[in-house]
Design a protein around this ligand. Structure first.
Ligand SMILES: [Fe+2]
Ligand SMILES: [Fe+2]
Length: 149
């Protein structure tokens, strides 16, 4: 089903949002574990979108610029995530960076779900969307495997 792609991505968005919320509320002791959980879920998701979804979508005229903006948001998100990894998890700065990442990703997810997916539905055929879905899963899983190695 071509809708599987959007359903899958939305489910993963929900999970990432939940982990981020937990990070903002959790005691210092569990922040590092939650950060690992966030990385394991967020980075393979972004990789899959970057390798399988956006290269196809960005070729559609109407979706070109929004796709480039979304990819820039991935880029900034990874920078902030990397900084969080290098920040003392008991510090106020750690929480401040988590809050900024939370805001950034909520904005990004909102745009994907309310603008980008609509552009994809309107510009990419059902069959091509199914191919993206399969490619997405394999890119995401490959990346997950590399992260765990
Ligand atoms: Fe996404
Ligand atoms: Fe994304």
């Amino acid at each position: 089903m071509h809708n599987d792609l959007f359903k899958q991505l939305q489910e993963e968005h929900q999970l990432v949002k939940q982990i981020l919320l937990k990070m903002l509320k959790s005691p210092e002791g569990s922040r590092k574990d939650l950060l690992e959980e966030l990385k394991l879920n967020l980075l393979p998701h972004m990789e899959g979108e970057e390798k399988a979804f956006y290269p196809v979508l960005s070729k559609k005229t109407e979706a070109h610029q929004p796709s480039l903006e979304a990819l820039e948001e991935h880029h900034i998100g990874k920078i902030v995530l990397h900084e969080i990894e290098n920040t003392d998890s008991s510090s106020d700065t750690f929480l401040a960076k988590c809050k900024v990442l939370n805001d950034l990703l909520n904005h990004h997810i909102h745009e994907e779900e309310h603008e980008i997916f609509e552009l994809a539905r309107n510009n990419i055929s059902e069959q091509a969307t199914e191919e993206i879905y399969n490619n997405y899963l394999s890119q995401r899983n490959d990346y997950k495997g590399r992260l765990a190695a």
